[in-house]
Design a protein around this ligand. Structure first.
Ligand SMILES: [Zn+2]
Length: 335
């Protein structure tokens, strides 16, 4: 059985909105409840903190100082994203957890979950990334920080982001970095309005950014199809020891921030097909049922190591999307 560990701290609850906000501490309760139901609330460990020097590898000093300053009280960075008195400590600890899961995944094969808040994949180097109107609930980029950690040791890093939204922050940070391969599957034409098929990376990094912008209302069948046609063959070609996963569960049916209609079936499939790799899993989005059901389904099926065979019946729009991604990425990958 592969190793399994959860990096978690009660400090992650101290990043708190003043009024109702979907990104609030109860998200962690949904996740923990779901993990407990599946006997996966085990091997829980408190992560280390991060130093500012380390943090400056990922973010500009101005963004870092702004968060530290605002975190003495309560404020909004933009209409979507708040900072509260506990934000600074929570965000530093979230980075620490993300670094640790990356290191553990490298050391021993298994699944290492950074069950963190605030989330990170919309945070670019200096704040908002590309043309995003806001930071989308994110403070510092946890996945990018983990990727830097791995890159220093391994040279090449693979990130798979299946949050319902495009991981624009992560993509912006590594846009010109040919050593960071970033595969991102998400719903198209919603916040942060980026991550289209033709977005393939900067001049010296073309083909290292793979975007799969799925149609609205995509189902398990659509996602399984795209995963099998694009995500898996690229991973097989790279054969990484470690895959860094930006894991968002907001595409789950019944979550209210997107129109995707995924269920346990896709998350089980995703977990099972990644079971040949060691995983550093970093929590991104997911606001209610996705965390309760999608997260444990993903982990459980990874740990089972049994191949989940799925016959997918994708819709026309999903087939078209996958065809266009393949057409563009074929120049760099054997897909
Ligand atoms: Zn999201």
């Amino acid at each position: 059985m592969p190793a399994y560990e959860v990096l978690y701290s009660p400090i992650f609850r101290e990043h708190r909105p003043k009024e109702y906000h979907p990104e609030n501490p109860s998200r962690l309760e949904y996740a923990i409840e779901g993990l407990k139901e599946h006997n996966l609330w085990i091997n829980v460990r408190e992560p280390e903190d991060t130093t500012i020097t380390e943090l400056l590898k990922v973010h500009g000093r101005e963004h870092v100082e702004l968060i530290r300053k605002l975190s003495t009280g309560f404020d909004y960075l933009d209409p979507d994203t708040y900072v509260s008195p506990g934000t600074w400590e929570a965000a530093l600890k979230a980075l620490g957890a993300s670094k640790e899961v990356a290191l553990s995944a490298m050391e021993k094969k298994g699944l290492y979950l950074a069950l963190v808040r605030p989330p990170g994949h919309h945070a670019g180097k200096d704040g908002r990334a590309f043309n995003a109107p806001s930071l989308g609930f994110c403070i510092f980029n946890n996945a990018a920080f983990a990727a830097y950690t791995l890159k220093e040791l391994k040279g090449k890093v693979v990130i798979v982001d299946f949050d319902a939204h495009h991981g624009n922050g992560t993509q912006e940070i590594f846009w010109n970095d040919p050593n960071i391969i970033h595969i991102d599957i998400h719903e198209r034409d919603i916040y942060p309005w980026s991550g289209y098929e033709h977005d393939i990376g900067g001049r010296d990094a073309k083909g290292t950014k793979i975007n799969i912008p799925m149609p609205h209302y995509s189902t398990d069948d659509d996602y399984i199809f795209a995963w099998r046609e694009v995500v898996l063959p690229i991973l097989e070609e790279i054969k990484p020891e470690v895959v860094l996963v930006s894991a968002g569960f907001d595409g789950f049916r019944g979550e209210y921030l997107t129109m995707l209609r995924l269920t346990e079936r896709f998350f089980r499939y995703a977990g099972s097909t990644l079971s040949r790799y060691s995983l550093a899993v970093i929590l991104e989005g997911g606001y209610n049922v996705g965390l309760k059901k999608g997260l444990p389904a993903f982990i459980e099926s990874y740990l089972n190591e049994k191949d989940v065979e799925e016959i997918a019946h994708p819709g026309y729009e999903a087939i078209k999307t996958v065809e266009s991604v393949v057409e563009i990425q074929r120049e760099w990958w054997g897909i």
